[in-house]
Design a protein around this ligand. Structure first.
Ligand SMILES: *Cc1c(COP(=O)(O)O)cnc(C)c1O
Length: 395
């Protein structure tokens, strides 16, 4: 069971880990590069399993699809949430059974659904009658779950509005889906980097109300999909994973209690992405230039060899605020604007977020951008301005 007195997520984790430090010391890889410690991924998988014992874990592959990570998670018994044919193939190459793959994107081409079904994938998400039509035609006899809208409150990277439909519409669609011979369920996502463990409560109450309506019509729900949202450790402290497990377990019991204790208890699913891999990675980047825009300017501009276009896309609107280490930490520091190396003026990482870095910082210094294992490598462009995609290593 979860230890509710455990420290906040990442509080006891010292990045870079010894394994990452040793890899960099031995190999001196060119910057920018991401180094992921697989032992942290394994620890996180275990911690989440321990905190949410009732739930099956479906890793959201988009967070970091490195083959080493997928192979490790196959070994640990994880299932997978995918969004495309490419991610299905990556999971199969890593040794995943098709029956452990859930096609969680609500926006799929017909031919991609057909391909997934042919490969043996039997779980699919949808949030509209039009997408359900495609599933009826191309994925007969599957488990289909309807995603409902959420507000995304309390999340640093909300996933609201684009995905999901109103619960009443979802009930109608699920009734239709059941009549077409599918097993049915409901899903939602409370927003990525969700700071508040109680944010699962509202959607779970809505799912429970939906399920009561379905049961009145003789439909037995088969899946409750809790989505992702479990956090990594960025600038601000976030609650420890046990607090999420406890809050979710309480909400499940409160709203779905009788159903969860009955003979037809639905399968509970969690789809962590960021939580499993974010804190496992450190991005090493070289300082290219430190300058000022005027002699009176108190703030320096620090330009790194990594930016918005080479992996740090989640700094958009300064939403995700990474912790940064430098070789001069502890010495006098001053305010900075942090920017990337490309010739695009949106390539600014932090302006309003009030970052401070040592006055001694110089070109050639290597800085460590912590907790960058999620949503970085695949967000890197293929070569904007001739800068190559972000290299990554797993140790
Ligand atoms: C991105 C995504 C996830 C993972 O979200 P995290 O906040 O990284 O945990 C889970 N489920 C779905 C459907 C997603 O699109």
């Amino acid at each position: 069971m979860a230890d509710d007195t455990a420290p906040p997520v990442g509080a006891t984790l010292h990045l870079p880990t010894d394994r990452i430090r040793r890899f960099v010391a031995d190999n001196d890889p060119p910057t920018p590069c991401l180094v992921v410690d697989l032992a942290i991924v394994a620890e996180r998988y275990q911690a989440l399993s321990d905190s949410l014992t009732e739930a099956a874990i479906f890793y959201a592959v988009k967070a970091n699809p490195a083959p080493e990570i997928l192979r490790l998670l196959v070994e640990l018994g994880s299932c997978f949430d995918v969004a495309s044919v490419g991610e299905i193939e990556a999971c199969l190459r890593a040794g995943a059974q098709p029956s452990t793959i859930s096609y969680g994107n609500t926006i799929k081409k017909r031919k991609d659904i057909a391909y997934a079904h042919e490969m043996g994938v039997r779980m699919f998400a949808f949030d509209s009658a039009q997408e359900l039509d495609k599933l009826n035609a191309e994925a007969p006899g599957s488990t289909v779950f309807c995603r409902i809208l959420t507000a995304g409150e309390g999340a640093d990277w909300p996933l609201s509005r684009k995905f999901g439909c109103e619960p009443l519409m979802a009930v109608d669609l699920l009734r239709d889906a059941a009549q077409r011979g599918h097993r049915v369920g409901a899903s939602f996502h409370v927003g990525s980097q969700q700071r508040h463990p109680n944010q699962w409560d509202g959607p779970l109450a809505e799912v429970a109300a939906m399920f009561r309506m379905l049961e009145r019509d003789g439909v037995t729900p088969a899946v409750v999909n809790l989505g992702g949202g479990f956090p990594s450790r960025y600038s601000d402290v976030v609650p420890e994973i046990g607090a999420y497990g406890k809050a979710i377990r309480n909400s499940v019991a409160r709203h779905l209690g009788p159903l969860m204790n009955g003979p037809d208890r639905p399968l509970l699913i969690a789809e962590p992405g960021r939580y499993l891999v974010g804190d496992a990675g450190v991005l090493f980047s070289e300082v290219v230039l430190v300058s000022r825009k005027s002699d009176l300017d108190e703030r320096r501009w620090v330009y790194l060899d990594v930016g918005m276009f080479s992996g740090l896309a989640e700094t958009m609107d300064e939403a995700i605020r990474y912790r940064i280490r430098t070789p001069h930490d502890g010495s006098e520091s001053g305010p900075v604007v942090l920017a990337g190396p490309t010739c695009d003026s949106v390539d600014i990482l932090y302006d309003k977020a009030d970052y401070h870095l040592p006055m001694a910082l110089r070109p050639g210094d290597v800085v460590e951008i912590l907790s960058t294992g999620a949503y970085t490598t695949t967000y890197s462009t293929v070569g904007f301005n001739g800068f190559p995609p972000l290299k990554s290593y797993c140790v």
